[in-house]
Write a protein that binds this ligand. Structure first.
Ligand code: HEC
Length: 147
């Protein structure tokens, strides 16, 4: 009798230990799930951050000419002279448009980078490709801004 009671007791104790372990195991696996989730989120954020940083870097570094133009203060009056000599035949003396479209408010429609590309690339014939020096391009940009 005494012996079988002892066995029962042992069984009880090990059952209690077993269920305690089960709860602990569950808690452990839940928290490791949470850690895994956080790590995944962190990884996604890191990847996004890397892409954004790389994009920003390339936008700023890719084209030294554009970078130089954007860093120079432009002279609006010199820009007007450059415009009259090089652009007005097609875009009109007042930039209201002739062969080429009107450039009034053009800086509201196009970014500075877009304007530099338009003037120096020659991608939209019949508008020619202009080889403006960075300073000339900066002057032109500040003139276009006041149209
Ligand atoms: C031979 C004529 C010609 C000359 C010279 C010319 N352009 Fe143009 N330009 C055009 C034409 C045509 C377009 C339209 C091209 C297209 O979108 O297909 C244009 C488009 C543009 C645009 C884009 C306008 C828009 O709304 O999309 C800008 C900005 C511009 N020219 C600026 C200039 C500047 C600044 C100069 C002088 C440095 C210049 N152009 C000289 C003919 C000319």
């Amino acid at each position: 009798m005494v012996f079988s009671e002892k066995i029962l007791q042992n069984v009880n104790v090990s059952y209690r230990n077993f269920s305690k372990n089960k709860i602990v195991n569950q808690a452990v696996s839940e928290s490791s799930n949470n850690i895994q989730k956080s790590l995944k989120i962190l990884l996604v954020l890191l990847t996004l951050g890397t892409f954004l940083a790389a994009g920003y870097f390339f936008l700023n570094q890719a084209d030294p000419y554009t970078k130089q133009v954007l860093s120079l203060p432009g002279d609006r009056n010199k820009g007007e002279m450059i415009f009259k000599i090089n652009c007005s035949a097609c875009h009109g003396l007042q930039a209201g448009g002739m062969v080429g479209p009107s450039l009034l408010d053009v800086t509201k429609r196009m970014s500075k980078r877009g304007l530099i590309e338009q003037v120096t690339s020659g991608k939209t014939p019949p508008m020619p490709k202009f080889q403006a020096s960075p300073q000339e391009m900066a002057d032109l940009l500040s003139f276009l801004k006041y149209l």
